[in-house]
Design a protein around this ligand. Structure first.
Ligand code: BEZ
Length: 239
């Protein structure tokens, strides 16, 4: 029988909300989320099921990139509605048996949350019954060092994520925070960034007349300036 917790809709977390708190058992021991991650960025991501091919390709890829994310002060936490022993057996299989796209002997060192009750998955809007009511969709929550949700991406069960894009999004948000700018379509470190709209007529005029240092205006509402790749990476990556 369905309990009220299973049927009462829980509001989906939104960008700008504090990350919903939970305590859970993981493959790396218990965690208190997001409290244990204050001071770091953290990507909380869900996958539909252990021992499935798309998820395996994703875990191998993310585990291979873990150090790169760590350099950008970002930790990783996985979650599915499988139990701990399934998680442990699956990660062991990945390490001992799977070779894929040049990756082998891949050890998943980041925690994988067991969520057999679906409590966490429901809190985070990862159960989307139109896609599956028994599995989490592929959700990605970017949570900043203060525990605030900064970006959310959802993919369906059949679509493996692009981890280069997750890294790009992380660095872009860190760059926006550090320099008070926005990042345009397809931005990569080293590309021009977007400067905020001029607050006063004088600044707007200076900008349009090209008097503001390094700023190029494509129109009054769309101005860019360069920030070198070295400057971005020096600012966002750990020494
Ligand atoms: C997969 O990871 O391969 C997968 C998982 C659930 C449904 C479809 C595909």
């Amino acid at each position: 029988m369905d309990t009220p917790e299973m049927t009462t809709p829980i509001p989906m977390p939104r960008i700008g909300d504090p990350a919903p708190a939970f305590k859970a058992v993981t493959t790396q021991g218990p965690i208190n989320f997001p409290e244990d991650y204050k001071g770091s960025w953290v990507i909380l991501f869900s996958h539909p099921a252990d021992f499935t091919p798309v998820c395996t390709s994703e875990f191998m890829t993310f585990a291979t990139l873990e150090d790169k994310f760590a350099q950008a002060n970002c930790k990783l936490v996985g979650l599915s509605v499988d139990g701990l022993y399934s998680h442990i057996a699956w990660l062991r299989t990945i390490k001992e048996k799977i070779e894929y796209k040049g990756m082998k002997d891949v050890e998943v060192k980041f925690p994988l949350v067991e969520d057999i009750t679906m409590e966490v998955a429901r809190k985070y809007g990862m159960i989307q019954p139109g896609e599956s009511s028994t599995k989490a969709v592929r959700a990605v929550f970017f949570i900043d060092p203060k525990g605030i949700i900064r970006a959310i991406i959802y993919y369906p069960l059949s679509l493996g994520r692009n981890f280069d894009e997750l890294y790009r999004a992380l660095i872009a948000m860190q760059t926006a925070d550090a320099f008070g700018v926005a990042t345009p379509a397809d931005w990569q470190p080293g590309d021009d960034v977007i400067v905020p709209p001029a607050g006063s007529c004088g600044v707007a005029k200076d900008r349009m007349e090209g008097k503001e240092k390094d700023v190029t205006c494509h129109d009054w509402f769309f101005c860019t300036k360069p920030i070198s790749k070295e400057t971005v990476l020096k600012t966002v990556l750990k020494k």
